[in-house]
Write a protein that binds this ligand. Sequence first.
Ligand SMILES: [Ca+2]
Ligand SMILES: [Ca+2]
Length: 413
Amino acid sequence: MKVLLPVHARSVRSLGEGLFFLLLVLGFTACTKDKDVVEPVQVEVAISYPANYKAKAGAGITVKLESTTGGESFTQTTGGDGKAVFTSVLPGTYNATATQKLSAADAAAVTGLFSQELTLNAAKTSLNINATENKTIALELAGTPAGSLLIKEVYYTGSKTPSGGTYFSDQFVEIYNNSDQVIYLDGLCIADVHGVSGQINPNSAPTDFKTDAAHVYLSSVWRIPGTGQQHPLEPGKSIIIAQDGINHKTDPAGNPSSPVNLANAEWETYNERPDNRDTDSPAVPNLERLYFTGGFDWLVPVFGPGLVIFRTPDFSKLEKAVIPSSPTLEPRIKLPVAQVIDTFEALQDGNSGGFKRIPVAQDAGFVFASGTYTSESFRRKTATTLNGRRILQDLNNSGSDFEKLATPTPRGF
Ligand SMILES: [Ca+2]
Ligand SMILES: [Ca+2]
């Protein structure tokens, strides 16, 4: 809208000027209103496979566009050309994801690499979709066979003390045998993945290693000791790894408002230091500390950690990578994704997808808590129960595999 300036406006004071500004404001209001009318756009998502797979395009793959601000969510299936067409998408910020579950036979046919059940994932987060941007989106599906050892529950948020203070020493990770056979845990490693969990500070930036889909970069690494068959884990059973293996509710060094007693944890992360700042609980054996870049204990981000469990033939042979944007910090351990058994990723909030640290093929999504020190915990969903043994869901997607609990349930089942 054009606001015409009366010829005599400059000589007019008070009333005339007031009227002019009124017109100006009305004019702007009208313009803004016109711009608010947004037209849905057509979006085409093309699904492909990695170059080393046998198949090039897959039909019948479910593709999802999900608004990051809640509300709109669209699902489509790919046609024979590997494309899914969404005819009417409201402009906004979306996460685009695709998932394909393959039987052992299909996995062999599609990949030519794996001949066991496989879930392939692809994701692009925080895409700004409008009349000019992201009308065509390319997603590449990839995956690795599901592990039989799984991260079952992660409690990272910490708790509030009775006086409103914050407490984080009660964090724990539970690991579950999802197979039908005994698994020996000797040599199993657990680590937190380098990178911040979201826009926590104005200068928070996604990890420099984000573009390397072939490795995860580890900040601190712990290992279950043993010679090979000293620590069996029965099918359907789990172990707890505690930051501190104490009853956090009753221990004098604990927090009466903590939701957990971890005095019966199988393992704890004891960070031996000259000042003895980390307590060594005599009742709970200590993991081996292979690499450490933390503070006085293995505190994982209360805003949401990236975690991996893995085995590696010789830890000392893993490469150490300097962090490009922080070369003075200790380097991170560069682990090939092929050695990863399972992952968990939590970020600060639903809009933090751009901060993902774990490659999409290993973990297509992420969870988030409603805040720090909320006592909230994340537990893997049960897929089915077979002869009394729970088989937990493992689609290599923390966002869909885990559910948020109001309070942790260490060894709840
Ligand atoms: Ca500790
Ligand atoms: Ca101990």
